[in-house]
Ligand binder design. Structure first.
Ligand SMILES: [Fe+2]
Length: 235
């Protein structure tokens, strides 16, 4: 549980697909943001009660069912503001209670804690990651030693290639990754470790990446994912 003094991030692994639901707690105000509320929402509510926080914001990394199926249940208890990327809202086609729509780079203020949104298309057109302190909540964009599928509706492996390249170049190496699913031998990792051992960050051309993501990976690799040395992705 990262705790900088100003905020802390709590993870709950919920549901049949090993989803991670995160609670970002701003210590100064007692406000909290829940990222991708889904599955056993009473566990999220119990955590909020235990921490004595008020959920004021709901942040979505994307609109797939396994990341959103608890939104209404949270809204039934807390009057929270919903946030998602503008392109994802268009892709999803559902607006619920007038969410705040973001472009990549927008900052969401959770009390004294700033959460920067990144637009990271590839898994879906409006996938987003949330950058808070040295932490990055990555949804289904980047997993520990893996990355999200690009073969579902709205997926685009070429965009995913660019998204992951940008992420590796622009964010500090010490950034701690918090993925949307528990698919690896451990629950978090650093970007540095991912650049080293995540096969999806090893390719130098989009063609190689697309071939690996779309035609090779799922037939040759099972979770829990482990590190792979560069050059060992494909025969
Ligand atoms: Fe997804």
């Amino acid at each position: 549980m990262p705790n900088t003094g100003a905020f802390s991030i709590h993870a709950l692994e919920l549901g049949p697909m090993e989803n991670f639901v995160y609670l970002i707690h701003d210590h100064a105000t007692g406000r909290a943001a829940v990222v991708d509320p889904a599955w056993e929402v009473p566990q999220v509510l119990a955590l909020a009660q235990r921490l004595d926080v008020r959920i004021t914001d709901i942040l979505l990394t994307h609109s797939h069912h396994d990341h959103i199926n608890g939104i209404e249940e949270v809204l039934g208890v807390y009057d929270a503001q919903l946030h998602l990327n503008r392109d994802e809202a268009r892709f999803w086609g559902q607006y619920l209670d007038l969410p705040t729509l973001h472009h990549g780079g927008d900052v969401i203020r959770l009390g004294e804690t700033d959460i920067r949104t990144l637009h990271t298309p590839g898994h879906t057109p409006g996938s987003a990651c949330y950058h808070v302190g040295d932490n990055l909540i990555t949804g289904d964009t980047l997993f520990v030693f893996g990355c999200g599928r690009c073969d579902l509706r709205g997926g685009d492996p070429e965009q995913m290639y660019v998204t992951l390249k940008d992420m590796a170049v622009r964010l500090p190496a010490a950034t701690v990754i918090h993925p949307g699913h528990n698919y690896a031998e451990k629950t978090t990792s650093t970007l540095e470790e991912q650049v080293e051992g995540n096969p999806f960050l090893h390719f130098d051309t989009p063609e190689q990446f697309v071939r690996y993501r779309m035609h090779y990976h799922d037939r040759h690799r099972d979770s829990p994912y482990h590190a792979i040395a560069k050059g060992e992705e494909m025969p």
